[in-house]
Design a protein around this ligand. Structure first.
Ligand SMILES: Nc1ncnc2c1ncn2[C@@H]1O[C@H](COP(=O)(O)OP(=O)(O)O)[C@@H](O)[C@H]1O
Ligand SMILES: [Mg+2]
Length: 247
């Protein structure tokens, strides 16, 4: 479980996050949703410590992250897997080398152990016989799978995905959403996903935080989101054909 407690964050005069509190639950896909520019990425970066928060706290299973020393933070950072916007694989490394990279950084595993782990993670995301290929030689959906395999290589307790669907066609997007959801449940990971994609909300939205104008405007799940009478939320939710049909 990760808890955001009264988080505020400004850049100069611009208050991007205003007193945001939310509980991200273990074994679930926790979604942060909101319009482009609403502060989703900033919130995620505050949670993982890439941005320093102005006030408030971040708790990782009762460990107060935002008050930790550098060494204490390092322990938690090694429990975190990240899936960056756009995939962000290393283009000059093969698929296998990409997955082995965090293992070489953070563990003392032998070459054989690392290769075994890479193969296990690749099979978990349904990729075989691609170990020696370079990112430029595989499709967008496959790159996402490799990025997921790399994110789970260290067996993370916490997984952060910033817009994991961006740039994918709708069908591939659903496959990737479901894969993240399966892995989350299988390994009991606290997963945090930023998205503005209502398809994802309907597919995997078990615990949703809607951010509007820097505040937590609404929270709930994929069923209650379609029945909410919050006008700003409804404007976001029913902006697309798909969700209008569901109403
Ligand atoms: N490093 C930064 N410096 C100044 N402003 C920033 C920085 N990062 C984000 N912002 C601002 O914070 C707001 C929220 O951005 P962001 O979290 O990226 O939105 P989202 O991910 O919801 O699309 C935007 O107005 C953006 O311009
Ligand atoms: Mg963003």
């Amino acid at each position: 479980m990760i808890e955001a407690l009264n988080i505020s964050k400004s850049f100069g005069d611009h208050k991007v996050l205003n007193d945001v509190s939310f509980r991200f639950e273990t074994g679930k896909c926790n979604l942060i949703i909101g319009q482009s520019g609403s502060g989703k990425t900033v919130l995620m970066k505050c949670l993982v410590g890439l941005f320093e928060i102005d006030s408030g706290n971040v708790m990782y299973d009762d460990r107060m992250f935002s008050r930790m020393s550098f060494d204490e933070m390092k322990v938690i950072r090694q429990e975190i897997g990240m899936l960056f916007q756009g995939g962000a694989l290393f283009d000059s490394m093969t698929v296998e080398e990409n997955i082995i990279f965090p293992l070489s950084m953070f563990t003392n595993q032998t070459t054989e152990e690392k290769r075994d782990r890479a193969n296990f993670c690749l099979s978990r995301v349904n990729l075989v016989n691609v170990n020696k290929l370079f990112p430029s030689e595989i499709s967008g959906g496959m790159k996402k799978r490799v990025a997921i395999a790399r994110a789970i290589a260290m067996n993370p307790k916490y997984l952060f995905c910033d817009e994991p669907n961006s740039g994918l066609d709708p069908l591939t997007a659903i496959v990737i959403d479901n894969l993240i959801n399966e892995i989350t449940q299988e390994y009991n990971i606290t997963t945090v996903i930023n998205t503005h994609d209502m398809n994802s909300v309907i597919e995997i939205g078990d615990n949703i935080a809607y951010i509007h104008k820097g505040r937590l405007w609404w929270s709930g799940d994929k069923d209650s989101i379609l029945r909410s009478d919050n006008p700003e939320l409804n404007e976001f939710v029913f902006a697309t054909e798909l969700t209008r049909k569901l109403k």
